[in-house]
Design a protein around this ligand. Structure first.
Ligand SMILES: Cc1cc2nc3c(=O)[nH]c(=O)nc-3n(C[C@H](O)[C@H](O)[C@H](O)COP(=O)(O)OP(=O)(O)OC[C@H]3O[C@@H](n4cnc5c(N)ncnc54)[C@H](O)[C@@H]3O)c2cc1C
Length: 413
């Protein structure tokens, strides 16, 4: 007698729907793929372009990207930051600290063009997950949960069913808006930022990050990649100035809004850096952007059943302390690890429990200046500059501010 076995069709596991193919969403896609958990990236943009300017990523986040096999690809386009130097606006030195491997970390801190970081992640995700899992032109407009699945709805009229939905859709997150319809929205502190990058002769060895001034009037300078010639670097600059106050609505927050020389040059004139002509650097930049310094209030929860938030959608913060992209990477790795070991709803809840309190602290600390409070304190006490730093602030007080923040951001040694 012969027995024939009919193979039972096992229905495929619905994928994790990742809304937003930015730094956080792509790191999550690569991390889920590594753990053989099916997922789809659903990105609103119709075309993937190199957008943005400089960004810094801290050693613990680079360690996570290295675990995904991306260290060498990043190294080829980034700068390994050696030192961070805080100056007052007259160019006098306040505080210096070694960074990344130079501070004894196993991994470097990378100063990198946001578009190049994004390109490395996008290419890796395309190669590993394949184009069917990397969908552009998919602008999420809503979602509905039922039983063991969630259905995402898009502006183009299509719908996709998944086992979970992760809102990695940035500071204006639609997913966040649906989970928290009464959320207070974008908060502006009255500071405008102008940001640009240009090929420029390397300064101070080509791998030093400078922060000068104070929270209200700040200059940030660092190289973010090799230059057009061996002696130059793609050099990122940011000029911040208070142009309003927190009671006003912010100027339109759009990462691609062009800035003008007329607006920025009066603020540039306030800074002196001994070995760099900042005005010439700004004038030489063919195009640059303006963006208000914005964040949103920390949320009481990120997760509802099979839906959660990640990166800027969950915890947009002021760009101080190099944490925006770094924390999105850490979120992604924590969420992938949770999904690999627990049922979906428990995994999302566990991820939130791990990540919400830590990022909440950072959002709040960044409102007070984060580690950059070292320049604020000096500027408050010596607004017209100083002869001897020790008359203004002691080394211990400076160290306490810088180390306290490193502890909170999880990269202290
Ligand atoms: C164009 C752009 C330029 C930037 N430039 C800089 C910079 O120069 N310096 C800096 O410090 N930070 C910059 N940022 C922010 C920085 O990338 C983030 O703070 C950080 O990397 C965290 O990333 P994220 O993935 O959480 O969010 P983001 O990097 O903002 O990514 C969010 C993604 O979601 C997509 N998206 C938005 N809405 C929807 C929707 N409804 N449906 C589907 N997809 C959606 C967006 O197109 C984007 O790709 C920029 C962000 C963007 C989008």
């Amino acid at each position: 007698m012969s027995t024939t076995f009919r193979r039972r069709r096992v229905p495929p596991i619905p994928p994790v729907l990742i809304v937003g193919g930015g730094v956080g969403g792509l790191t999550l896609a690569l991390s889920l793929h590594e753990r053989e958990i099916p997922c789809i990236v659903l990105e609103a943009a119709t075309e993937v372009k190199q957008l943005g300017v400089g960004i810094n990523t801290l050693p613990h986040a680079i360690g996570e990207l290295a675990a995904l096999g991306l260290l060498w690809a990043l190294d080829a386009v980034a700068i390994r930051t050696r030192e961070l130097r805080y100056l007052d606006r007259f160019g006098s030195r306040i505080w210096t600290e070694a960074r990344g491997v130079h501070a004894g970390h196993e991994m470097p801190q990378f100063s990198i063009h946001r578009g190049r970081l994004h390109e490395v992640l996008w290419k890796a995700a395309m190669e590993r997950l394949g184009p069917k899992a990397m969908r552009t032109g998919m602008r999420l407009v809503g979602f509905a949960q039922s039983g063991d699945s969630v259905t995402a709805n898009f502006a183009n009229g299509s719908s996709i069913r998944g086992s979970a939905l992760v809102g990695a859709d940035g500071i204006h997150s639609v997913v966040r808006g649906k989970l928290h319809p009464a959320d207070g929205g974008i908060r502006w502190n009255g500071i405008q930022m102008w940001r640009g990058a240009v090929d420029w002769p390397a300064f101070e060895g080509g791998d030093v990050m400078i922060i000068a001034g104070d929270m209200a009037e700040k200059l940030v300078l660092y190289a973010i990649g090799p230059g057009a010639t061996p002696g130059t670097r793609l050099t990122n600059w940011v000029v911040c100035a208070r142009i309003g106050d927190a009671s006003q609505p912010p100027p339109r927050e759009d990462w691609s809004r062009a800035g003008s020389l007329e607006d920025v040059l009066p603020h540039v004139a306030r800074f002196r850096v001994p070995w760099l002509d900042v005005e010439a650097l700004v004038r030489a930049t063919p195009e640059f952007w303006e963006y208000p310094m914005c964040d949103r209030d920390p949320l009481p929860f990120w997760t509802q059943g099979r839906v959660t938030l990640l990166g800027d959608a969950a915890h947009p913060m002021y760009p101080v302390g190099s944490n925006g992209a770094s924390q999105a990477v850490l979120d992604a790795r924590a969420l992938a690890a949770a999904l690999a070991t627990k049922p979906v709803e428990a995994a999302l809840a566990g991820y939130e429990k791990e990540r919400l309190p830590a990022t909440r602290e950072l959002v709040l600390s960044n409102r007070l200046g984060g580690p950059e409070r070292v320049v604020d304190v000096v500027s408050e006490r010596a607004p017209d500059g100083f002869e001897r730093l020790e008359d203004v602030i002691g080394t211990e007080e400076l160290a306490a501010i810088a180390r306290g923040y490193a502890q909170m951001a999880g990269f202290a040694r």
